[in-house]
Design a protein around this ligand. Structure first.
Ligand SMILES: Cc1cc2nc3c(=O)[nH]c(=O)nc-3n(C[C@H](O)[C@H](O)[C@H](O)COP(=O)(O)O)c2cc1C
Length: 321
């Protein structure tokens, strides 16, 4: 105890708070709840399965040895904490099966939501070849619950070896959805979607949308960095707040599941956005999950435990303004 008291005296100076750092998104109400118990957060329906917490592990690429370690750690954590995950692009599984092991996570993740991922250029090619059986085969072999499709025309345009998109993504999606019966989510890769794109997506027969908004990992920027050629095009797009505003005006949105992602820095951002949007929503993170998963399973465990602890306190004491 006396050591704690000495710490109090020594740390008091550092413990002064700054008014301009106050998080003004919340009302703090300490009067109406005890410390949270384990069941303060109700399970969330995710396309017929359950998430114990509103946390999604966003798509992170595969195809190298490190990817296998990352995916294994992520799948293990999804099972331990009752979360869900989508894989990074599974193109190499579709084209040849050499990398299948990097993505083969069903035995590790158990029955938690587990989704494959392909890019829109690949979907365009599949439509052209009518090779839908390849997709069915891949989903079956992975025992995936469905497919995330990423829409990334800017990334492809700035990637030297990038694919040319020759058909408008909305038309490609409509054709593909009519042929492949699985649970489909559509996402961007760091630029988000404008209001018309979002409205068009909402009208599709898909299960949900992941924002992958501006403000976090941005794959257009990543490709520009690879080419050492930074263009102002990297700064276009929509952040989460803007996308929530676009989304609010759409009445049929209630039927879709949303993953709010793109620069989520902590559980407080996640808690704020999923409450602000008033839809069946969870928040997703890619970079942070990847960083910890690449370090070690223990590092990932600690990170997710902190997210859950913070979320539980937020559910107990914070309401959004
Ligand atoms: C290392 C890395 C690899 C990624 N690979 C993919 C991918 O293969 N397919 C995809 O749809 N998104 C991919 N993403 C993008 C994220 O899923 C997406 O931007 C996410 O929704 C928001 O990520 P953030 O939390 O890092 O901002 C990747 C992200 C990272 C950090």
């Amino acid at each position: 105890m006396s050591e704690r008291k000495i710490d109090h005296i020594n740390l008091a100076k550092q413990s002064q708070t700054l008014l301009n750092e106050k998080d003004d998104r919340f009302y703090y109400e300490p009067m109406f709840a005890p410390h949270p118990s384990n069941n303060i957060i109700k399970p969330i329906d995710f396309v017929g399965k359950e998430l114990r917490y509103p946390i999604w592990i966003s798509s992170i690429t595969g195809g190298t040895d490190l990817a296998k370690t990352i995916n294994t750690n992520l799948a293990k954590a999804a099972k331990e904490f009752g979360l869900g995950m989508s894989l990074g692009s599974c193109r190499c599984v579709l084209e040849n099966e050499d990398c299948f092991d990097d993505f083969n996570m069903r035995d590790i993740i158990g029955d938690q939501p587990f989704y494959a991922n392909l890019g829109i250029a690949q979907i365009e090619k599949i439509n052209k070849e009518k090779s839908y059986d390849k997709v069915h085969k891949m989903l079956k072999k992975l025992r995936a619950d469905g497919l995330f499709i990423h829409i990334n025309p800017l990334q492809e345009a700035y990637q030297t070896e990038g694919d040319k998109i020759t058909i408008a993504p909305i038309d490609t999606l409509k054709k593909f959805i009519a042929e492949v019966k699985t649970n489909i989510f559509v996402k961007e890769v760091g630029q988000g979607f404008g209001p018309k794109s979002l409205e068009a997506l909402i009208k599709l027969d898909i299960k949900g949308i992941e924002f992958a908004a501006f403000g976090g990992t941005n794959f257009t920027k990543l490709e520009m960095l690879r080419q050492e050629n930074i263009s102002p095009m990297l700064n276009v797009g929509h952040n989460i707040n803007e996308m929530i505003e676009f989304y609010k005006d759409n009445i049929i949105t209630k039927q879709k599941t949303l993953i709010i992602s793109g620069g989520i820095k902590s559980y407080l951002d996640g808690y704020y956005y999923i409450n602000k949007i008033k839809a069946n929503a969870v928040y997703g993170q890619a970079y942070k999950m990847m960083k910890h998963a690449a370090e070690s399973y223990e590092s990932l465990q600690e990170f997710i435990k902190e997210e859950i602890k913070g979320l539980e306190l937020a559910y107990s004491y914070l309401t959004i303004r």
